[in-house]
Ligand binder design. Structure first.
Ligand code: SAM
Length: 325
C-alpha cells in the first residue's frame, strides 16, 4: 500500500473512532445555537480577519441593543434556546449596556442560554456580564504558538489571551477556545501545540475551522487551510476532550459544500445558524465566500435541520450545556 492510501485509511479510522466517541458522549443529537453578529466594528487588527480595523473597505455597522433583542425574540419563537452574541471588539457597547441587554434577553427568553463572543475585556466587565446572566463565553485562542500568535496579532499578546481564558473560567463561564488550521506559517508542530494547550485548558467548547483568506487583509494571497487537516484536528480534539461541545463551523461549510456534515461525522456536535438581520449579514465578512448570508432566520433553521437529518443526525433545540455542568 502506498503512503497516500495509508494516510487515507488512517484518516478514515481516526474520524470513525471520533464519530463513535461523540455518539457515546452525546448520541446523535446536534445542538443548535442562534448566532447574532451584532457589530463588525473592531479595534483590533488581526492579520487574517476581514473586519480588522485597517480594512478601510469594510462596510461597518452596529446593531442597537433593541435590534439584538428582537433577533433573540425571533429566534426564541423559532425554538432556539441558545443565543451567541458575537462582534468585533467594539467598546461602543459599554459594560452597562451589555448588562442591561443580557438581563432583558433573560427576562424575555428565560430558559435560553446566552453566549458572548465579544473579545478581550477586563475582569470586572467579564464578572458583571456573568452576574447579569451570561452563561458562556467564546474566545478562540487562535493559535497556541506564541511566535505565530505574535506575527498575526500586532495589537495583542498570547500571554494576555491565555490570561483572559483563565479568568473567564475562574469567573464561572462555560468557556470556548479554539484555533484556525492552515494559518500562513503554521506547522504540524504548531497544531500539536494547539491540542496540548486545549488539553491543559480543558474548555467546554472548542471551535476549529480552516483559515480562509480575505481580500481586504495582508494575507489575501495566502492559500486557505486544508479541509482534511481541519477534519483531523476536529477528530483528535473529540478523542482527547471527549465531552467538548464542538461546532461544525461556518468556515467548514464555506471551505466545502458538505464541510459541516463532514465535521459532524468527524466528531462535531453543534451548529450555529445565523439569526442576524439579513441586511447586515454580508457586512460581517471575516473571510471570502462566507455562506448563508442571504437566508432569513427561519429558512436557515429549516435548511440546517434538513441537512443535519440527511447526514444521519437529529437536531436538538435544547440549551445544550456542557457535560461538565
Ligand atoms: N472579536 C471576537 C474575538 O476575537 O473572539 C469575536 C469575533 S472574531 C471575528 C471570530 C472568529 O473568526 C475568530 O476567533 C477567528 O478564529 C475567526 N476568523 C477571523 N478571520 C478568519 C479567517 N480569515 N478565516 C477563518 N476564520 C477567521
Amino acid at each position: 500500500m502506498g503512503r497516500l492510501e495509508q494516510d487515507q485509511e488512517l484518516r478514515a479510522a481516526l474520524r470513525a473512532t471520533a464519530g463513535r466517541k461523540r455518539r457515546e458522549m452525546y448520541g446523535l443529537g446536534v445542538y443548535v445555537r442562534g448566532l447574532i453578529e451584532f457589530s463588525n466594528i473592531c479595534k483590533q487588527n488581526c492579520m487574517y480577519c476581514g473586519i480588522r480595523s485597517s480594512n478601510r473597505r469594510a462596510q461597518r455597522y452596529r446593531l442597537h441593543p433593541d435590534e439584538i433583542l428582537e433577533c433573540c425574540k425571533e429566534g426564541y419563537e423559532l425554538g432556539y434556546r441558545t443565543f451567541v452574541l458575537q462582534s468585533g471588539e467594539d467598546d461602543w457597547y459599554t459594560t452597562d449596556m451589555l448588562v442591561s441587554l443580557i438581563m432583558e434577553i433573560k427576562r424575555k427568553c428565560p430558559d435560553a442560554a446566552v453566549t458572548l463572543s465579544i473579545g478581550e475585556r477586563d475582569n470586572e466587565c467579564y464578572t458583571r456580564l456573568f452576574q447579569a446572566g451570561a452563561d458562556r463565553f467564546l474566545l478562540r485562542h487562535e493559535t497556541a504558538s506564541a511566535s505565530l500568535y505574535q506575527s498575526l496579532h500586532p495589537t495583542m499578546t498570547f500571554d494576555n489571551r491565555r490570561d483572559r481564558l483563565r479568568a473567564l473560567k475562574e469567573i464561572g463561564y462555560q468557556v470556548g477556545a479554539g484555533f484556525m488550521v492552515g494559518l500562513p506559517g503554521q506547522s504540524l508542530e504548531d497544531l500539536a501545540e494547539d491540542l496540548l494547550y486545549l488539553q491543559e485548558l480543558d474548555p467546554d467548547m472548542i471551535g476549529i475551522g480552516p483559515f480562509i483568506p480575505h481580500e481586504g487583509t495582508p494575507l489575501r494571497h495566502e492559500p486557505a487551510g486544508s479541509l482534511e487537516t481541519t477534519l483531523d484536528m476536529i477528530a483528535l480534539t473529540r478523542l482527547i476532550i471527549p465531552g467538548a461541545l464542538i461546532p461544525a463551523t461556518t468556515a467548514m461549510g464555506t471551505a466545502h459544500p458538505y464541510g459541516r456534515e463532514l465535521a459532524l461525522q468527524a466528531g462535531a456536535n453543534v451548529v450555529m445558524p445565523n439569526l442576524s438581520p439579513v441586511a447586515v449579514r454580508p457586512k460581517y465578512t471575516l473571510y471570502n465566500g462566507k455562506i448563508c448570508t442571504g437566508d432569513e432566520s427561519a429558512q436557515c433553521r429549516f435548511c440546517l435541520e434538513l441537512r443535519i437529518r440527511e447526514a444521519g443526525f437529529d437536531m436538538d433545540m435544547g440549551r445544550g450545556d456542557s457535560l461538565k455542568r
